[in-house]
Ligand binder design. Structure first.
Ligand SMILES: *Cc1c(COP(=O)(O)O)cnc(C)c1O
Length: 642
């Protein structure tokens, strides 16, 4: 950061944090420096100040960290996707319909799925399941008989029976065959039960999506049938008198497709398979183009791994026009179109709000470095170096000498030549020199290579009350970039460069990848912490995958959740509709096979023993017992006072 100009504005903050670039129309920086939420962009009069949401969370007595869900964003995304498909289909004079499904694996939370089903009813928007537990869920939830239920993933006999139960209940359940043996199983069980299935085939595509999930396509893909197996499936069904059950062709070349070209290629390959099957006498009703519609996490609108070079509008246009072109060339009817976009539906609707608990700096505390009698000449030399700093100094030489002295001092300490006091003085002087060098190079045109790391090693680490493993699993597992921004004070210049560390005892529990401007950096400009003024940050776009994939590393459990609905008549334009309590210590201990009640009993007995021995007063003993029990039923995260 360039510290010369004193002017700062929210426009400048927007340039640094890119909130509108990744915000998808839902988030921006308000004039007062707080993050504002427009949960339904078609009604911009409703604006929620995020600081007001946090105030209300405190009033409700809900502890941070929390997951905040905006139900209106979820509704708006479902409406967007469906409306764009409908409009594009009309404009292209495409003769099929759009019948999308939401893949529940992306976020299986009941409130999320119920909201999607509710708003989706109007569009006959259905659900997709990829495992038995998900199938059991969608069987109960998707009660709209006009929408599809698509069943992917590996299946056993029970799975097939559940799917056929769905048929008996009048649902449009499509069993997508991922593996040839599943076909034989499905045919056998459907004949046994006398229930006709709706069958789909998943094609193993030769097109690969570019990005982190590119192994979902290609010949070594885990799922799908080869071209030969697709033909064999169709022929087998014909032999069994069930050719009319074959309804759908499915493909999915990977999530978070970064480059629109892979969408175009998949549509032309998939379209060709559909057309050929039609000509072979298997007229399918549906082509299901899978998921992959990407999210611009870093706000660069590029083919970088955390972005994508197209909009939802362009994606839909490529699917609709691409399919139309193939079908018209081949002289086959336009199939109904299905897509399974999950990430694009849920990513924006939730975020994690937490508080910075403190600052960790390598150079935070120094000792008095004034001269002491009989001190070692190493200390003297370092002090001289720190004081003879002027325009004539060769900065690179200074850096090298200081670093070398520090190393030698450490060796000398181990050899009992230097005292701990002397080592502390040398360390303090060393960081003083580094800070001056950093200041000097902040305005230099050329920074020598070994000094480029200086900003990072002098940067702060802000300690955040959350666990990366629970709340931002993909940043740890696959280096997914998530936007992280302060919730307020955006109208002040951020004057501390820092990375973030969580409260787990794991050095991997950190975030040190951010987008600043349009660049990926290892530090994020943040504001100086003020005493008695909590500093809140938000991790945004956590609604897809992150929300449900987290683990309990270090026994940090699920977060408290607040569900926000917008409400025009409210002075703050919103209300908290529901608070879902996160895991208590008891909850996480029970999952790990402990018995919290027995533990409380054991600790009480130990306390009683000390009371009997006269080491603890009886009243004090009761207080300790109550305290232990209160902690057991409490939250797993740090208590922040406020
Ligand atoms: C994961 C998955 C999806 C969802 O993909 P997104 O990129 O999140 O839209 C859709 N279909 C299948 C088969 C999947 O495995």
């Amino acid at each position: 950061m360039d510290g010369t100009s004193q002017e700062w504005s929210v426009e400048e903050a927007e340039r640094v944090y890119g909130v509108s670039r990744w915000g998808g129309g839902y988030f921006h920086i308000g004039e007062n420096g707080n993050i504002k939420v427009t949960p339904n962009p078609s009604d911009p009069s409703i604006q929620i100040d995020f600081k007001a949401v946090i105030d209300e969370i405190h009033q409700e007595g809900v502890q941070l960290p929390v997951v905040v869900r905006f139900h209106d964003i979820l509704r708006s995304q479902v409406a967007n996707l469906n409306t764009i498909f409908r409009n594009t289909i009309a404009e292209a004079e495409y003769s099929g319909e759009y019948q999308g499904v939401y893949p529940v694996k992306v976020n299986q939370m009941r409130e999320v799925v119920e909201e999607i089903v509710d708003v989706g009813e109007h569009y006959n928007y259905g659900l997709e399941a990829g495992s038995k537990a998900e199938l059991i869920t969608v069987l109960a939830l998707n009660t709209n008989e006009d929408s599809l239920t698509i069943l992917n993933g590996y299946k056993d006999e029970e799975f097939m029976r559940l799917a056929l139960l769905g048929r008996k209940l009048g649902r449009r359940m499509v069993v997508v065959v991922e593996k040839y043996s599943e076909l034989l199983l499905l045919v056998k069980i459907s004949k046994e039960l006398g229930i006709e299935p709706l069958i789909g085939v998943r094609a193993k595509m030769t097109v690969k999506g570019r990005g982190k999930w590119e192994s979902s396509g290609g010949e070594r893909a885990k799922f799908g049938l080869s071209f030969a197996e697709i033909i064999n499936t169709a022929r087998y069904l014909k032999e069994q008198g069930m050719a009319h059950c074959l309804k759908l062709l499915h493909f999915h070349i990977g999530s978070q497709l970064t480059d629109i070209r892979s969408v175009k290629e998949a549509i032309s390959e998939g379209g060709r398979i559909y057309a050929e099957m039609h000509k072979m006498g298997f007229p399918l009703d549906y082509v299901d183009v899978g998921g992959g519609l990407g999210i611009d996490y870093d706000g660069t609108a590029s083919t970088s791994e955390s972005s994508r070079n197209y909009s939802m509008q362009e994606y839909v246009a490529d699917v609709v026009y691409g399919m139309k072109e193939v079908c018209d060339l081949e002289g086959v009817p336009h199939p109904n179109l299905v897509s399974e976009s999950g990430r694009a539906i849920t990513a924006h609707h939730s975020c994690v709000i937490t508080q910075i608990m403190g600052e960790i700096r390598s150079n935070s505390a120094g000792v008095d470095t004034s001269e002491a009698e009989g001190e070692h000449y190493f200390v003297k030399n370092m002090r001289e170096m720190a004081s003879t700093f002027d325009q004539q100094t060769n900065m690179q030489e200074l850096y090298n000498d200081a670093s070398q002295y520090k190393e030698q001092a450490l060796d000398a300490f181990k050899l009992r030549v230097l005292s701990l006091e002397e080592l502390a003085k040398i360390e303090t002087l060393y960081w003083e020199i580094m800070e001056r060098l950093q200041e000097y190079y902040a305005h230099a045109d050329y920074v020598p290579e070994e000094l480029q790391e200086l900003d990072y090693s002098l940067s702060s680490q802000y300690l955040c009350n959350f666990s990366v493993f629970q709340s931002a699993a993909d940043t740890w597992a696959i280096d997914q970039l998530l936007p992280v921004v302060p919730i307020s004070r955006m109208n002040e210049r951020p004057d501390v460069n820092c990375s973030l560390v969580d409260i787990t005892c794991d050095s991997d529990g950190k975030i040190d990848q951010f987008t600043v401007g349009r660049e990926i950096t290892d530090v994020l400009p943040m504001h100086k912490l003020q005493p008695n003024e909590p500093y809140y940050i938000g991790l945004f776009l956590t609604g897809a995958y992150q929300d449900v994939m987290g683990d309990m590393h270090n026994l940090f459990g699920r977060l408290n959740e607040v569900h926000i609905f917008s409400y025009d008549d409210d002075p703050e334009d919103f209300y908290i509709e529901e608070v879902v309590k996160g895991s208590s210590v008891e909850d996480v201990l029970s999952i790990m096979q402990y018995n919290p009640k027995a533990m409380a009993y054991d600790v009480k007995r130990l306390i009683d023993k000390q009371v009997s021995a006269g080491n603890i007063k009886p009243r004090e003993g009761v207080r300790w017992t109550d305290f232990y029990e209160a902690c057991l039923s409490g939250y797993t995260y740090l208590k922040t006072g406020k």
